[in-house]
Design a protein around this ligand. Structure first.
Ligand SMILES: Cc1cc2nc3c(=O)[nH]c(=O)nc-3n(C[C@H](O)[C@H](O)[C@H](O)COP(=O)(O)O)c2cc1C
Length: 367
Protein backbone atom coordinates (compact mmCIF):
# COMPACT_ATOMS: atom_id res chain seq x y z
CA UNK A 1 0.00 0.00 0.00
CA UNK A 2 1.28 3.45 -0.82
CA UNK A 3 1.82 6.12 1.82
CA UNK A 4 0.12 9.47 1.54
CA UNK A 5 1.71 11.66 -1.10
CA UNK A 6 0.58 14.85 0.62
CA UNK A 7 4.02 15.35 2.12
CA UNK A 8 5.26 16.06 -1.42
CA UNK A 9 2.51 18.59 -2.01
CA UNK A 10 3.21 20.97 0.84
CA UNK A 11 4.35 24.44 -0.31
CA UNK A 12 7.93 25.48 0.38
CA UNK A 13 9.36 28.98 0.70
CA UNK A 14 13.01 30.00 0.48
CA UNK A 15 14.47 33.48 -0.01
CA UNK A 16 11.04 34.91 -0.70
CA UNK A 17 10.06 32.37 -3.36
CA UNK A 18 7.08 30.15 -2.58
CA UNK A 19 6.85 26.90 -4.50
CA UNK A 20 3.51 25.07 -4.56
CA UNK A 21 5.05 21.65 -3.87
CA UNK A 22 8.34 19.84 -3.35
CA UNK A 23 8.90 18.53 -6.90
CA UNK A 24 11.70 19.96 -9.04
CA UNK A 25 12.43 19.12 -12.65
CA UNK A 26 16.14 18.19 -12.71
CA UNK A 27 18.33 20.03 -15.25
CA UNK A 28 18.72 17.98 -18.43
CA UNK A 29 20.78 19.01 -21.45
CA UNK A 30 18.88 18.72 -24.72
CA UNK A 31 21.14 20.35 -27.35
CA UNK A 32 18.13 21.55 -29.31
CA UNK A 33 18.88 25.27 -29.46
CA UNK A 34 20.74 25.93 -32.74
CA UNK A 35 23.41 28.63 -32.42
CA UNK A 36 22.70 28.74 -28.70
CA UNK A 37 19.25 30.30 -29.15
CA UNK A 38 16.32 28.62 -27.36
CA UNK A 39 13.35 28.60 -29.74
CA UNK A 40 9.63 28.03 -29.17
CA UNK A 41 10.16 24.25 -28.88
CA UNK A 42 12.11 24.86 -25.66
CA UNK A 43 9.24 26.87 -24.19
CA UNK A 44 6.72 24.16 -25.14
CA UNK A 45 8.91 21.43 -23.59
CA UNK A 46 8.96 23.22 -20.22
CA UNK A 47 5.29 24.27 -20.46
CA UNK A 48 4.24 20.61 -20.57
CA UNK A 49 5.86 20.06 -17.13
CA UNK A 50 4.68 23.38 -15.65
CA UNK A 51 1.04 22.74 -16.46
CA UNK A 52 1.25 19.30 -14.85
CA UNK A 53 2.10 20.34 -11.28
CA UNK A 54 5.89 20.34 -11.44
CA UNK A 55 6.67 22.78 -8.60
CA UNK A 56 9.96 24.17 -9.96
CA UNK A 57 11.71 23.72 -13.29
CA UNK A 58 15.50 23.89 -13.40
CA UNK A 59 16.37 24.27 -17.06
CA UNK A 60 18.99 22.34 -18.96
CA UNK A 61 22.50 23.74 -18.44
CA UNK A 62 22.79 27.10 -20.24
CA UNK A 63 26.16 28.69 -20.75
CA UNK A 64 27.77 31.92 -19.57
CA UNK A 65 29.40 34.48 -21.83
CA UNK A 66 32.95 33.27 -22.33
CA UNK A 67 34.22 31.87 -25.66
CA UNK A 68 34.96 28.48 -24.11
CA UNK A 69 32.01 27.88 -21.76
CA UNK A 70 30.66 25.15 -24.05
CA UNK A 71 31.75 23.12 -27.05
CA UNK A 72 28.24 22.42 -28.29
CA UNK A 73 26.63 25.01 -30.56
CA UNK A 74 23.19 23.50 -29.87
CA UNK A 75 23.34 24.05 -26.12
CA UNK A 76 21.39 27.21 -25.28
CA UNK A 77 23.48 30.13 -24.15
CA UNK A 78 22.44 32.58 -21.48
CA UNK A 79 23.77 35.76 -23.05
CA UNK A 80 23.21 37.89 -26.13
CA UNK A 81 20.01 39.57 -27.24
CA UNK A 82 18.55 36.70 -29.30
CA UNK A 83 19.16 34.02 -26.69
CA UNK A 84 17.81 36.12 -23.84
CA UNK A 85 14.75 36.93 -25.93
CA UNK A 86 14.24 33.18 -26.41
CA UNK A 87 14.63 32.58 -22.68
CA UNK A 88 12.19 35.40 -21.89
CA UNK A 89 9.62 33.59 -24.00
CA UNK A 90 10.35 30.40 -22.05
CA UNK A 91 9.86 32.22 -18.72
CA UNK A 92 6.62 33.85 -19.83
CA UNK A 93 5.27 30.54 -21.15
CA UNK A 94 6.08 28.67 -17.93
CA UNK A 95 4.63 31.45 -15.77
CA UNK A 96 1.44 31.54 -17.87
CA UNK A 97 1.08 27.81 -17.18
CA UNK A 98 1.39 28.46 -13.42
CA UNK A 99 4.98 27.23 -13.07
CA UNK A 100 8.25 28.51 -11.62
CA UNK A 101 11.57 28.32 -13.47
CA UNK A 102 15.29 28.92 -12.96
CA UNK A 103 18.12 28.50 -15.46
CA UNK A 104 21.04 26.22 -14.65
CA UNK A 105 24.06 28.40 -15.31
CA UNK A 106 26.95 26.39 -16.76
CA UNK A 107 30.58 26.40 -17.84
CA UNK A 108 31.86 22.98 -18.90
CA UNK A 109 35.53 23.75 -18.23
CA UNK A 110 37.98 21.11 -19.39
CA UNK A 111 35.30 18.64 -20.54
CA UNK A 112 35.03 20.76 -23.69
CA UNK A 113 36.87 18.95 -26.49
CA UNK A 114 38.80 21.88 -27.93
CA UNK A 115 39.42 20.66 -31.49
CA UNK A 116 35.75 19.82 -32.11
CA UNK A 117 34.17 22.69 -30.20
CA UNK A 118 32.86 26.10 -31.16
CA UNK A 119 35.83 28.52 -31.15
CA UNK A 120 37.90 25.38 -31.70
CA UNK A 121 41.18 27.26 -31.99
CA UNK A 122 40.90 28.35 -28.34
CA UNK A 123 42.13 26.04 -25.55
CA UNK A 124 39.63 24.93 -22.92
CA UNK A 125 39.64 26.46 -19.44
CA UNK A 126 40.22 24.68 -16.15
CA UNK A 127 41.99 25.43 -12.89
CA UNK A 128 45.03 23.34 -13.84
CA UNK A 129 44.28 22.42 -17.47
CA UNK A 130 43.41 18.88 -16.35
CA UNK A 131 40.42 16.98 -17.70
CA UNK A 132 41.08 14.33 -15.05
CA UNK A 133 44.08 13.40 -12.93
CA UNK A 134 47.13 12.96 -15.16
CA UNK A 135 45.39 14.23 -18.32
CA UNK A 136 46.59 17.76 -18.98
CA UNK A 137 45.16 19.42 -22.09
CA UNK A 138 45.88 23.12 -21.63
CA UNK A 139 47.60 25.66 -19.43
CA UNK A 140 46.02 26.55 -16.06
CA UNK A 141 43.61 29.49 -16.19
CA UNK A 142 45.26 32.82 -15.53
CA UNK A 143 43.98 35.01 -12.71
CA UNK A 144 42.48 37.33 -15.33
CA UNK A 145 40.64 34.45 -17.01
CA UNK A 146 39.32 33.37 -13.61
CA UNK A 147 38.11 36.89 -12.77
CA UNK A 148 36.47 37.32 -16.20
CA UNK A 149 34.68 33.98 -15.82
CA UNK A 150 33.40 34.89 -12.34
CA UNK A 151 32.06 38.15 -13.76
CA UNK A 152 30.28 36.27 -16.57
CA UNK A 153 28.51 34.03 -14.02
CA UNK A 154 27.29 37.18 -12.28
CA UNK A 155 26.07 38.72 -15.54
CA UNK A 156 24.05 35.61 -16.32
CA UNK A 157 22.37 35.81 -12.90
CA UNK A 158 21.64 39.51 -13.43
CA UNK A 159 20.08 38.75 -16.83
CA UNK A 160 18.07 35.88 -15.32
CA UNK A 161 16.57 38.34 -12.90
CA UNK A 162 15.93 40.91 -15.61
CA UNK A 163 13.94 38.53 -17.81
CA UNK A 164 11.84 37.31 -14.86
CA UNK A 165 13.44 33.99 -13.90
CA UNK A 166 12.56 32.92 -10.35
CA UNK A 167 16.20 32.41 -9.35
CA UNK A 168 19.33 30.67 -10.65
CA UNK A 169 21.05 27.37 -10.14
CA UNK A 170 24.85 27.27 -10.45
CA UNK A 171 26.12 24.02 -11.95
CA UNK A 172 28.84 23.09 -9.49
CA UNK A 173 28.53 19.32 -10.01
CA UNK A 174 29.55 16.35 -12.16
CA UNK A 175 33.13 17.43 -12.98
CA UNK A 176 32.43 20.67 -14.90
CA UNK A 177 34.29 23.95 -14.31
CA UNK A 178 33.17 24.84 -10.78
CA UNK A 179 33.60 21.21 -9.71
CA UNK A 180 37.03 21.13 -11.38
CA UNK A 181 38.03 23.80 -8.87
CA UNK A 182 36.47 21.81 -5.98
CA UNK A 183 38.17 18.51 -6.82
CA UNK A 184 41.82 17.91 -5.89
CA UNK A 185 42.00 15.57 -8.91
CA UNK A 186 41.67 18.54 -11.30
CA UNK A 187 42.85 21.44 -9.15
CA UNK A 188 46.59 21.45 -8.44
CA UNK A 189 46.87 25.21 -8.03
CA UNK A 190 48.99 26.64 -5.26
CA UNK A 191 47.54 30.17 -5.41
CA UNK A 192 44.40 31.34 -3.58
CA UNK A 193 42.14 29.27 -5.90
CA UNK A 194 43.76 25.96 -4.90
CA UNK A 195 45.37 24.27 -1.95
CA UNK A 196 43.23 22.65 0.72
CA UNK A 197 39.50 21.93 0.61
CA UNK A 198 38.59 25.47 1.66
CA UNK A 199 41.01 27.00 -0.88
CA UNK A 200 39.38 24.93 -3.58
CA UNK A 201 35.97 26.46 -2.76
CA UNK A 202 37.34 29.98 -3.37
CA UNK A 203 36.34 30.12 -7.05
CA UNK A 204 32.75 29.13 -6.24
CA UNK A 205 32.64 31.52 -3.29
CA UNK A 206 33.62 34.40 -5.58
CA UNK A 207 31.03 33.29 -8.15
CA UNK A 208 28.35 33.29 -5.43
CA UNK A 209 29.47 36.74 -4.23
CA UNK A 210 29.37 38.05 -7.81
CA UNK A 211 25.86 36.64 -8.30
CA UNK A 212 24.81 38.40 -5.10
CA UNK A 213 26.43 41.65 -6.27
CA UNK A 214 24.85 41.61 -9.73
CA UNK A 215 21.46 39.97 -9.04
CA UNK A 216 20.87 41.01 -5.43
CA UNK A 217 20.58 39.29 -2.06
CA UNK A 218 16.89 38.62 -2.55
CA UNK A 219 17.33 36.53 -5.73
CA UNK A 220 17.04 32.80 -4.97
CA UNK A 221 20.35 31.02 -5.54
CA UNK A 222 20.79 27.24 -5.66
CA UNK A 223 24.17 25.54 -5.86
CA UNK A 224 24.26 22.04 -7.34
CA UNK A 225 27.20 19.91 -6.27
CA UNK A 226 28.11 16.22 -6.28
CA UNK A 227 30.67 13.94 -4.77
CA UNK A 228 30.89 11.88 -7.99
CA UNK A 229 32.46 13.14 -11.20
CA UNK A 230 31.79 12.08 -14.78
CA UNK A 231 35.59 11.52 -14.85
CA UNK A 232 35.38 9.18 -11.81
CA UNK A 233 32.12 7.88 -10.37
CA UNK A 234 33.86 6.88 -7.13
CA UNK A 235 35.45 10.29 -6.50
CA UNK A 236 34.57 12.09 -3.29
CA UNK A 237 35.09 15.69 -2.26
CA UNK A 238 34.48 14.76 1.38
CA UNK A 239 35.11 11.41 3.07
CA UNK A 240 33.57 12.27 6.44
CA UNK A 241 30.79 14.53 7.76
CA UNK A 242 33.51 16.81 9.19
CA UNK A 243 35.09 17.23 5.76
CA UNK A 244 31.70 17.83 4.19
CA UNK A 245 30.99 20.50 6.80
CA UNK A 246 34.32 22.20 6.07
CA UNK A 247 33.59 22.16 2.33
CA UNK A 248 30.06 23.53 2.67
CA UNK A 249 30.66 26.28 5.22
CA UNK A 250 32.34 28.86 2.95
CA UNK A 251 29.72 28.23 0.26
CA UNK A 252 26.86 28.57 2.70
CA UNK A 253 28.37 31.70 4.27
CA UNK A 254 28.85 33.26 0.81
CA UNK A 255 25.08 33.21 0.30
CA UNK A 256 23.77 29.94 -1.15
CA UNK A 257 20.03 29.67 -0.43
CA UNK A 258 19.65 25.99 -1.24
CA UNK A 259 22.01 23.12 -1.97
CA UNK A 260 21.06 20.69 -4.74
CA UNK A 261 22.88 17.50 -3.77
CA UNK A 262 23.38 15.27 -6.78
CA UNK A 263 23.42 11.52 -6.23
CA UNK A 264 22.79 8.81 -8.79
CA UNK A 265 20.56 6.93 -6.26
CA UNK A 266 18.95 9.13 -3.64
CA UNK A 267 18.51 6.30 -1.11
CA UNK A 268 22.25 5.63 -0.72
CA UNK A 269 23.65 6.74 2.65
CA UNK A 270 26.51 9.20 2.29
CA UNK A 271 28.64 8.06 5.21
CA UNK A 272 28.84 4.90 7.30
CA UNK A 273 26.82 4.75 10.49
CA UNK A 274 23.83 6.83 9.33
CA UNK A 275 21.03 6.49 6.78
CA UNK A 276 21.25 10.17 5.84
CA UNK A 277 21.92 10.81 2.16
CA UNK A 278 23.99 13.70 0.79
CA UNK A 279 21.06 16.13 0.96
CA UNK A 280 20.31 14.95 4.50
CA UNK A 281 23.85 15.60 5.69
CA UNK A 282 24.04 18.91 3.86
CA UNK A 283 20.84 20.15 5.50
CA UNK A 284 22.02 18.97 8.91
CA UNK A 285 25.47 20.55 8.57
CA UNK A 286 24.49 23.91 7.04
CA UNK A 287 20.96 24.45 8.27
CA UNK A 288 20.11 25.46 4.69
CA UNK A 289 17.32 23.87 2.61
CA UNK A 290 18.36 21.02 0.33
CA UNK A 291 17.14 19.14 -2.74
CA UNK A 292 17.80 15.45 -3.28
CA UNK A 293 17.89 13.67 -6.66
CA UNK A 294 18.67 10.30 -8.21
CA UNK A 295 16.52 7.51 -9.66
CA UNK A 296 13.23 8.68 -8.17
CA UNK A 297 10.50 6.22 -9.21
CA UNK A 298 12.91 4.31 -11.48
CA UNK A 299 14.77 1.03 -10.92
CA UNK A 300 18.04 1.97 -12.69
CA UNK A 301 20.23 5.07 -12.54
CA UNK A 302 20.90 7.60 -15.29
CA UNK A 303 24.46 6.77 -16.36
CA UNK A 304 23.18 3.28 -17.16
CA UNK A 305 20.46 4.89 -19.27
CA UNK A 306 23.13 6.58 -21.38
CA UNK A 307 24.62 3.12 -21.94
CA UNK A 308 21.34 1.76 -23.23
CA UNK A 309 19.75 0.30 -20.08
CA UNK A 310 16.00 0.51 -19.53
CA UNK A 311 14.50 1.20 -16.07
CA UNK A 312 11.22 -0.03 -14.61
CA UNK A 313 8.82 2.36 -12.90
CA UNK A 314 8.86 1.85 -9.12
CA UNK A 315 6.95 3.22 -6.14
CA UNK A 316 8.14 6.20 -4.10
CA UNK A 317 7.49 5.01 -0.53
CA UNK A 318 11.14 5.33 0.49
CA UNK A 319 11.14 8.92 -0.77
CA UNK A 320 7.95 9.73 1.16
CA UNK A 321 9.34 8.29 4.40
CA UNK A 322 12.44 10.49 4.11
CA UNK A 323 10.39 13.51 3.07
CA UNK A 324 8.07 13.04 6.06
CA UNK A 325 11.15 13.05 8.29
CA UNK A 326 12.28 16.33 6.64
CA UNK A 327 15.65 14.79 5.78
CA UNK A 328 15.63 17.22 2.83
CA UNK A 329 13.15 19.81 1.52
CA UNK A 330 12.76 19.21 -2.20
CA UNK A 331 13.22 16.32 -4.63
CA UNK A 332 14.44 16.64 -8.21
CA UNK A 333 13.16 14.24 -10.83
CA UNK A 334 15.00 13.75 -14.10
CA UNK A 335 14.24 10.89 -16.46
CA UNK A 336 10.79 10.13 -15.02
CA UNK A 337 9.73 13.69 -15.95
CA UNK A 338 11.46 13.39 -19.30
CA UNK A 339 9.37 10.42 -20.40
CA UNK A 340 6.23 11.68 -18.71
CA UNK A 341 5.47 15.41 -18.39
CA UNK A 342 2.46 14.46 -16.23
CA UNK A 343 4.58 12.60 -13.61
CA UNK A 344 3.82 15.09 -10.80
CA UNK A 345 0.09 15.13 -11.50
CA UNK A 346 -0.10 11.33 -11.60
CA UNK A 347 1.75 11.11 -8.28
CA UNK A 348 -0.59 13.70 -6.75
CA UNK A 349 -3.59 11.71 -7.92
CA UNK A 350 -2.06 8.44 -6.65
CA UNK A 351 -1.98 6.93 -10.13
CA UNK A 352 1.18 4.91 -9.53
CA UNK A 353 0.19 2.18 -11.97
CA UNK A 354 0.38 4.79 -14.75
CA UNK A 355 3.93 5.92 -14.05
CA UNK A 356 6.08 5.12 -17.06
CA UNK A 357 9.28 3.08 -17.36
CA UNK A 358 12.35 4.78 -18.84
CA UNK A 359 13.43 3.60 -22.26
CA UNK A 360 16.81 4.84 -23.52
CA UNK A 361 15.20 5.80 -26.84
CA UNK A 362 13.79 8.79 -24.94
CA UNK A 363 17.31 10.25 -24.99
CA UNK A 364 17.08 10.59 -28.76
CA UNK A 365 14.08 12.91 -28.68
CA UNK A 366 14.27 14.60 -25.26
CA UNK A 367 10.79 16.00 -25.70
C1 LIG B 1 19.51 13.57 -20.77
C2 LIG B 1 20.12 14.08 -19.48
C3 LIG B 1 20.77 15.30 -19.47
C4 LIG B 1 21.32 15.81 -18.29
N1 LIG B 1 21.89 17.07 -18.27
C5 LIG B 1 22.24 17.63 -17.09
C6 LIG B 1 22.63 19.01 -17.01
O1 LIG B 1 22.62 19.77 -18.00
N2 LIG B 1 22.98 19.49 -15.80
C7 LIG B 1 22.99 18.72 -14.67
O2 LIG B 1 23.33 19.20 -13.59
N3 LIG B 1 22.60 17.41 -14.72
C8 LIG B 1 22.22 16.87 -15.88
N4 LIG B 1 21.73 15.58 -15.90
C9 LIG B 1 21.57 14.84 -14.63
C10 LIG B 1 20.14 15.03 -14.08
O3 LIG B 1 19.93 16.37 -13.68
C11 LIG B 1 19.88 14.12 -12.87
O4 LIG B 1 20.76 14.45 -11.83
C12 LIG B 1 20.02 12.64 -13.23
O5 LIG B 1 19.34 12.32 -14.42
C13 LIG B 1 19.51 11.76 -12.10
O6 LIG B 1 18.12 11.94 -11.93
P1 LIG B 1 17.07 10.81 -12.47
O7 LIG B 1 17.61 9.51 -11.94
O8 LIG B 1 15.76 11.21 -11.87
O9 LIG B 1 17.10 10.83 -13.95
C14 LIG B 1 21.22 15.04 -17.09
C15 LIG B 1 20.56 13.80 -17.13
C16 LIG B 1 19.99 13.33 -18.29
C17 LIG B 1 19.25 12.00 -18.27
Amino acid sequence: MSRSVETLFRPFTFNGLTLPNRIVMAPMTRSQSPNGIPGPNVAEYYRRRAENECGLIITEGTTINTPVATGDANVPQFWGEESLKGWKHVVDTVHAAGGKIMPQIWHVGMTRVAGKATNHDLPSHGPSGLVKPGSKKSEPMTTKEIKDTIKAFGEAARDAREIGMDGVELHGAHGYLIDQFFWAGTNERTDEYGGDMVGRTRFAVEVIEEVRKQAGDDFPLILRFSQWKQQDYTAKLANTPEELGAFLKPLSDAGVDMFHCSQRRFWEPEFEGSDLNLAGWTKKLTGKPTTTVGSVSLSGEFIGSFMGEASEATGIDNLLVRMEADEFDMVAVGRALLVDPAWSRKVHEGNFSELMPFKPEALATLS
